[in-house]
Design a protein around this ligand. Structure first.
Ligand code: SF4
Length: 541
């Protein structure tokens, strides 16, 4: 069997980082880990080709070669997933789909024309799919009926299928599931509340494979919540610490974790010792009432700002997820988020309007309340789309706060000051490649550095801060200088994405107005003013 694995294209989002990828001569931030895991579970005597459409489209030759096309996607990739399925069917191929989007909204996959729906977790449903193929069946839906597989039996993903040079980071998965109850999150339904972890040996075997392939960059542990099972995470980290030492610290790591990480000093110490550099924290909002309503109780147990501060001082740079548009939210939510971000010095706040995902408790509630504005798959969901449900506050007020909050957080001067304040208090790394605190820069890193010096240190209005803060970090915290400069390079994406957010929201509000949902005169005036301001800044910068 010749199996073509197709990973659909993402739209432009906060995470696409095009401007930075261009500078470092890479095409995509992360690879399709799910598809190469699936490839490892399918028969190894089959032939495989992987096409990540974020790198390049599938060629005619590849379509012709394939007997079976396998796709996996998240809801944000919906549009291109539909396109790939239709193209495969137009060419008369058998199509199997799986992954989080197909599992949450199987109806959409039927509509798109897929033959096989291999849903839930592959460890259970792929064998069922293979049995059906053997029986000569040409369609079917395979589900695990609530059974969660033991991930200690999951094989090493077929990393060899990657076009390695196209990716900025690679990814591995240590655990699935999360013990918490956040109302808007689909992880609980997809993977359950009892976190299941791989064994330390299994993880080291995966890292060995990446190491042998020559990878020497960042590895993202793409767990839903890396610290869902703290005891097991610590056990794995102890082994990883030895592995990193034995191999000369070839990898830096990043991951996602709940804010209660701050309560466990030993866990943070081990993460830093293993060269974890950053962690994504789901903060959502500093408003306790909204946190309570959305069942994010773990963010209320200890003072949120103190928790973030503890994590930074331990040596982990936080990225923070923030949401505007919760029920019960009072006007000014955007400003309160900006105040929190400034107070804590989180360099990279990821601010979005609330979107209700299918397969969540929130979806069920809004459905019951008749507040969904979309059916089934949730509509087009990404960082720059208006809410897909009827909000309690006027949607134009929420959109205005979102745009203003994003523009404020990523104003050039505000950003560089915040990054500086974060790195002044950031705990130093224990060890990195080469020698304490420094690593030998790669050629592309030197090119990025020179580009950023010209743009931020000479041409833009940030020039004085650029040199002052940079020299201050060099003398006061040399161990974090390289990491600090990477964050400054990220601004080349943020400056571009600021324009994008303003334009996107403005267009959607105009459409909304013309469809006579809620007229938004106040927001339109603001958006126009902001676009004018951004155009002036673009001329300066
Ligand atoms: S902590 Fe994160 S992964 Fe866990 S339920 Fe909440 S949002 Fe989902």
């Amino acid at each position: 069997m010749r199996c073509l694995l197709v990973y659909p294209k993402f739209p432009k989002t906060f995470w696409s980082f095009e401007a930075v990828l261009e500078l470092i001569d890479r095409k995509v931030t992360l690879p399709p880990l799910g598809l190469v895991t699936v490839a490892a579970m399918l028969p190894q005597e089959w032939e495989y080709e992987l096409v990540d459409c974020n790198i390049r489209p599938v060629t005619d030759k590849e379509w012709e070669w394939a007997d079976l096309v396998v796709c996996s996607a998240m809801v944000v990739q919906k549009e291109d997933l539909y396109g790939q399925i239709r193209e495969a069917k137009r060419r008369g191929k058998l199509v199997a789909v799986g992954g989080p989007y197909a599992t949450s909204v199987p109806e959409d996959m039927h509509e798109a024309g897929a033959d096989f729906l291999v849903l839930d977790e592959g460890e259970i449903t792929i064998p069922l799919f293979l049995e059906a193929l053997e029986r000569g069946e040409t369609c079917g839906v395979f589900r695990s009926d609530g059974v969660k597989p033991d991930v200690t039996q999951t094989p090493i993903p077929r990393f060899d299928l990657y076009e390695l040079e196209a990716y900025d980071s690679l990814s591995v998965q240590y655990s699935r599931g999360c013990p918490f109850l956040c109302e808007f999150c689909d992880i609980i339904n997809l993977y359950g509340r009892r976190p299941r972890t791989k064994t330390p040996d299994q993880m080291m075997a995966e890292l060995d494979t990446l190491y042998e392939m020559g990878w020497r960059r960042c590895v993202f542990m793409v767990d839903d919540n890396f610290i869902g099972n703290k005891k097991n995470a610590k056990g794995m980290l102890r082994v990883l610490q030895g592995w990193q030492e034995d191999h000369g610290y070839p990898f830096s790591f990043m991951t996602e974790a709940s804010v209660d990480l701050a309560l466990d000093k030993e866990l943070m110490r081990l993460m830093v010792a293993c060269n974890f550099e950053s962690v994504f924290l789901g903060i959502e909002t500093p408003d306790e009432e909204s946190l309570n309503l959305t069942r994010k109780y773990q963010n209320i147990r200890s003072p949120l700002a103190e928790s973030v501060d503890t994590i930074i001082r331990a040596g982990l740079r936080p990225m923070g997820g923030f949401i505007i548009g919760f029920d019960g939210e009072k006007p000014g939510a955007g400003e309160r988020i900006n105040d929190f971000v400034e107070e804590t010095a989180i360099p990279t706040p990821v601010i979005s309007m609330l979107q209700v995902l299918p397969n969540t408790a929130l979806w069920d509630r809004y459905k019951k309340e008749g507040r969904l504005l979309v059916e089934q798959g949730g509509g087009d969901i990404n960082n720059t789309t208006l809410t897909n449900f009827v909000t309690e506050r006027p949607v134009d007020e929420i959109a205005k706060e979102f745009v203003q909050s994003f523009l404020t957080a990523y104003d050039a001067n505000t950003y560089i000051d915040r990054v500086y304040r974060c790195f002044l208090k950031l705990g130093a790394p224990v060890k990195t490649r080469s020698f304490q605190g420094w690593v030998i820069p790669e050629l592309c890193e030197i090119r990025v550095l020179l580009t950023v010096i010209v743009r931020q240190g000479i041409l833009r209005k940030t020039r004085w801060k650029y040199w002052h803060h940079g020299l201050s970090i060099l003398f006061r915290k040399p161990a974090v200088l390289r990491h600090y400069l990477i964050l400054l390079a990220h601004y080349e994406h943020h400056v571009d994405f600021r324009h994008f957010v303003s334009e996107q929201i403005r267009t959607q509000l105009e459409n909304l107005e013309s469809q006579s949902r809620e007229p938004a005169p106040m927001t339109m005036a603001l958006a126009e003013k902001e676009v004018e301001k951004l155009s002036e800044e673009a001329l300066i910068g």
